[in-house]
Design a protein around this ligand. Structure first.
Ligand code: PRX
Length: 650
């Protein structure tokens, strides 16, 4: 039995130093920033906070009574003021805040001055509908400008918002509305997805019916489709918001005033309402956005996440607007009207920075190089990835095909709970390695520890922890302090446990290996699913792979792989044998999958994470678990059929 917490198997020796020209112009180009932050973290964060506006200065930077932190204690500020008024007051009102594009091709260009007026109107409307400072507002909306307007309007009057991703069911919405005690629900008639009008209002109606604290619904007309209407509780956005005054003074809020709740979609237990507050979160997202994406005044920045996830909160809305950035927002799917939609957007708006998820990158890789190849992507200067470990081959493809082999790639590790990016290259400073998120950012104290909480040496694996509080950290789980302490702070006393496995390579680079519950145990070796998946994806025939450990009489667990092939490749027995040998040669015979099933797609959550739990159920012939959070439910049955037809290899 190995005594390592996690085996360190996959070796990657390709390195990419920052291009000289990029480094020379980068926002962070002096490596002493790390040391400065280490010597005096509070002073370091206070200097970042000084770049933002505070109505009243803080008395203390940090109060830390583990596990409860308060940042910029005693200060007063307002997030929407920092995102909007600050720039408009200093003459930056004409700059474009968002180039927005609807799926059918309609567009809107929104300047900072216009956005401020829209936000003020919406804030006044929220008040008219009975929302006061401290009341929660639920938002169940498509990727349209009104969603951002509502978030900022909530922030303006200090009404915490809780966004529920528009792909979630009525039940999921009802749970979150109930848990947060939302007083108002903001929604739309529907949204455009892959050329269809998908309705939202019926789900909103069903959730509203069971959410007793909620008084009204404010409804944006997006698609114009027929919807049920109740005059007593439903209000059209264009009736209520458009007639309001375009001024609304921002409320001076305590630094620790709740900005929002965002529920993490637990696959088994009740979702956790992750609580973020105002001042520290603002400092965290503004600073990390400026450092990691090297934001310059003339950048056109596109974070292609959905605004319903934390990535959208921190890096479509709050971070970019604090930094007076011009952003792109797109309503629809990447394959409408064809599989080159994203690349057409990059070309037309001259996008310079693109930030998206590995699942999207692997999908584009599967579709092939012709789609990006048909467009001029030369405006791109930086690429980012978030949400899952990015397989080295997908990283290389992203850099080569999307970034023409010249752009730095930043693989950013963080969570809903961390609020802001924690581990990431600094594009002007860090020599990257494909698949590694590299190092903790300045001011962030990340480490990898063993079962006893001891820091592991370079070259070993273990659990990813954060050793010190940080400004954007969650302040708790809404209404459940005990669950907060238990989930994040008890496993390793004094440290925040992220729930992820990680390793440090021989150079001290961090490699995030996925959720610890995804770790397999083969003959006493703990093997990360990520490493075997990356080995599979490093084969030319493979676009995407998921592996799970299934019970095995001999080895404890055996590795079962599910593989999506690249366009045009035929999955036959010869390829099957070749892939198994390939993994054996890349990682070692211990990691050779016992069975491989070829499939068209993998079961994924709505945020694009592979649901290995369901693949485990399939591999062990169990009745399938909960599939309600699945984006593509049909694929599970299809994979199950194929898996039962495929005999395991020895
Ligand atoms: O397992 C890690 C994975 O996503 C989890 C956090 O998910 P969520 O709260 O939905 O936030 C996603 C967007 C920040 C983490 O615990 N994860 C996120 N980024 C990476 C990652 N795994 C590896 N590498 C990353 N860059």
């Amino acid at each position: 039995m190995s005594d390592e917490a996690l085996e360190n198997l996959l070796a990657e020796d390709r390195t990419f130093p920052p291009p000289a020209e990029f480094a020379a112009a980068a926002n962070l180009s002096d490596p002493s920033v790390y040391e400065r932050a280490r010597r005096d973290p509070e002073g370091f964060w206070a200097a970042e906070a000084d770049t933002l506006h505070w109505f009243k200065a803080w008395d203390r930077v940090l109060d830390w009574e583990l596990p409860f932190a308060q940042w910029f204690v005693g200060a007063e500020t307002n997030m929407s003021y920092n995102c909007l008024d600050r720039h408009v007051n200093s003459g930056g009102g004409d700059k474009v805040a968002y180039h927005w594009e609807g799926e059918p091709g309609d567009t809107r260009t929104i300047t900072y001055a216009q956005l401020l007026e829209d936000v003020c109107r919406c804030a006044n409307a929220l008040r008219e509908l009975g929302v006061g400072t401290g009341d929660r507002v639920a938002i169940y909306m498509p990727m349209i400008p009104e969603t951002v307007v509502t978030m900022l309007a909530c922030a303006r009057i200090g009404a915490p918002h809780t966004l529920v991703f528009a792909g979630f069911s009525a039940d999921a919405l009802a749970d979150r509305m109930h848990d947060s005690g939302a007083k108002l629900l903001v929604t739309a008639d529907g949204q455009n997805r892959r050329g269809q009008q998908v309705s939202l209002k019926p789900n909103a109606d069903a959730a509203f019916a069971s959410a007793t604290e909620c008084n009204y619904m404010l409804v944006v007309r997006r698609t114009g489709q027929d919807i049920a209407w109740n005059d007593e509780v439903d209000f059209w956005w264009h009736d209520v918001v458009d007639r309001q005054e375009p001024q609304c003074p921002p409320v001076r809020l305590d630094s620790e005033h709740m900005l929002y709740l965002l529920y993490t979609s637990g696959t088994t237990a009740k979702p956790k309402g992750i609580k973020h507050t105002t001042g520290g979160y603002m400092v965290g997202v503004a600073a990390t956005h400026r450092w990691v994406f090297d934001i310059k005044d003339d950048d056109v920045y596109w974070c292609a996440a959905d605004v319903g996830w934390v990535t959208g909160h921190s890096y479509i809305v709050y971070g970019p607007l604090c930094n007076h950035t011009t952003g792109v927002m797109y309503e629809g799917t990447p394959d409408f009207p064809d599989k080159d939609r994203w690349w057409s957007i990059v070309e037309r708006y001259g996008v310079t920075i693109l930030y998206c998820a590995p699942t999207a990158i692997r999908t584009f890789m599967k579709w092939g190089d012709t789609y990006p190849g048909a467009h001029d992507l030369s405006s791109l200067r930086l690429l980012g990835s978030v949400g899952e470990p990015i397989n080295p081959e997908a990283w290389i493809w992203y850099r080569d095909v999307i970034g023409s082999g010249r752009t730095p790639v930043v693989d950013t590790w963080w969570q809903t709970e961390t609020g802001a990016i924690m581990v990431s290259p600094l594009p002007g400073l860090t020599t990257t390695k494909p698949g590694s998120a590299t190092y903790a950012l300045p001011g962030i104290d990340a480490d990898v520890v063993d079962d006893e909480g001891r820091s592991v040496p370079d070259g070993s694996g273990g659990y990813l922890v954060l050793r010190s509080p940080w400004p954007a950290m969650l302040r708790g789980i809404y209404g459940d302090d005990e669950r907060y302490a238990e989930t994040y702070w008890r496993r390793f006393p004094g440290m925040y446990f992220a729930g992820d496995g990680a390793k440090k390579d021989d150079d001290g680079y961090l490699w995030v290996l996925g959720r610890v519950d995804d770790v397999m145990n083969v003959s006493g070796h703990r093997i990360s699913t990520t490493e075997v998946e990356s080995a599979l994806v490093s084969h030319d025939a493979v676009a995407e792979a998921a592996v799970v450990g299934r019970d095995d009489e001999t080895t404890g667990q055996a590795i079962a792989a599910f593989v999506v092939l690249r366009a045009g490749v035929v999955g036959d027995d010869a390829l099957l044998a070749e892939l198994r040998d390939h993994v054996a040669s890349v990682i070692g015979p211990i990691a050779k999958p016992k069975s491989i099933v070829f499939t068209e797609d993998l079961p994924k959550t709505r945020s694009g994470k592979i649901m290995r739990r369901l693949l485990r159920d399939i591999s062990e012939n169990r009745k399938l678990g909960d599939v309600t959070t699945l984006a593509n439910a049909d694929i599970v049955n299809e994979i199950a059929d194929r898996a039962s037809a495929a005999a395991p290899e020895d």
